[in-house]
Design a protein around this ligand. Structure first.
Ligand code: NAP
Length: 298
């Protein structure tokens, strides 16, 4: 009999990921804090549960897709949480981006119940979630990875087992450093070029054709050019991710000087009330520093 799958957290990412699993024929048990979001996407054969505990009671594999470490801790180990209902032999797959340290602690608690856990954070954004083309980096045992692999293959295009529990989160932190620093670099390039009188779209076209070309610039092109900063990936979430990277740097004795600067820039954007904007809105901070909005004359 096919394993029954639970899905907890139906936000920008979780919603399309759960939808793709349903469309691939899996019968899902859904839970979302705001229940209406679960009811909205519930298809034939889908159950909407009243708590994460209820999800765990009726499922063999429970996927979580939540903002941050405290949220995953609450949903897994809190009141009415997954651990209260989990069955021996079940598998928890946390696809959120959280701290590798919190991940290892949670995996130990799950292990005490005779169940196991994978960390499987993703990159590829809302577009990748909708298209089922996410890059999924997985930490945990080989056996658990093989068990969850068919689900990952529905949600993702690139699925990589990177090491033991926590390793997925370490690779995700590395990914978030590159994305944040790239957005910052493209923002500086655009503001410099535009204030000096070159059309921003021309700058992007030229950079795209050479060594400076990159996927971040491609994916965020329209957002940069039109200041259309609806998320996407929120500044507050990326700030959380750089916090995870900096904490990991501290733990392993690795200095991350430029990551620390961009972390502070995201902090400033949050303080200015832009935490819920797409991370490409980092551009606005560089624009303010230059007193120049790109595309508005030299
Ligand atoms: P989101 O849109 O803010 O959705 C978060 C979901 O978690 C919502 O369904 C929310 O419920 C639920 N939730 C929040 N706190 C909770 C709590 N304490 N207990 C129970 N449920 C809670 O976030 P997202 O963009 O989908 O991101 C989810 C994760 O994926 C994050 O770790 C993020 O870093 C990562 N990620 C995001 C992207 C992206 O492009 N968005 C890309 C890669 C990775 P309500 O509906 O009640 O608010």
């Amino acid at each position: 009999m096919a394993e029954k799958i639970g899905f907890v957290g139906l936000g920008i990412m979780g919603r399309p990921m759960a939808k793709n699993l349903m469309e691939a024929g899996y019968e899902l048990v859904l839970y979302n804090r705001t229940k209406e979001k679960a009811e909205e996407i519930a298809a034939d054969g889908t159950t909407v549960a009243g708590s994460p505990r209820e999800v765990a009671e009726s499922c063999d594999i429970v996927i979580t897709m939540l903002p941050d470490s405290p949220d995953v801790e609450a949903v897994v180990a809190g009141e009415y949480g997954i651990l209260e209902g989990i069955k021996e032999g079940s598998l928890v797959v946390d696809m959120s981006t959280i701290s590798p340290v919190a991940t290892k602690e949670l995996a130990a608690k799950v292990g005490e119940r005779g169940a196991s856990m994978l960390d499987a954070p993703v990159s590829g954004g809302d577009v990748g979630a909708q298209g089922g083309t996410l890059s999924i980096m997985v930490g945990g045992s080989e056996e658990d990875f093989e068990r969850a692999k068919p689900l990952f293959e529905v949600m993702g295009g690139t699925v990589t087992h990177v090491g033991p529990v926590g390793a997925g989160q370490v690779v995700k932190a590395a990914n978030q450093i590159v994305v944040a620093l790239t957005i910052e670099a493209v923002s500086e390039a655009l503001v410099l070029g535009s204030k000096a009188g070159v059309a921003p779209e021309k700058i992007l076209d030229v950079l795209d054709g050479g060594l400076a070309g990159n996927k971040v610039m491609e994916a965020k092109r329209e957002k940069f050019l039109h200041h259309s900063f609806d998320p996407g990936f929120k500044i507050e979430l990326h700030h959380k991710d750089l916090g995870i990277a900096l904490a990991a740097g501290r733990e392993y004795g690795v200095s991350l000087p430029v990551t620390a600067i961009v972390d502070q820039m995201l902090e400033e954007l949050k303080a200015k009330g832009r935490g819920d904007r797409d991370h490409s809105a980092l551009l606005t901070l560089i624009e303010e520093g230059a007193q120049h909005r790109i595309g508005e004359g030299g």
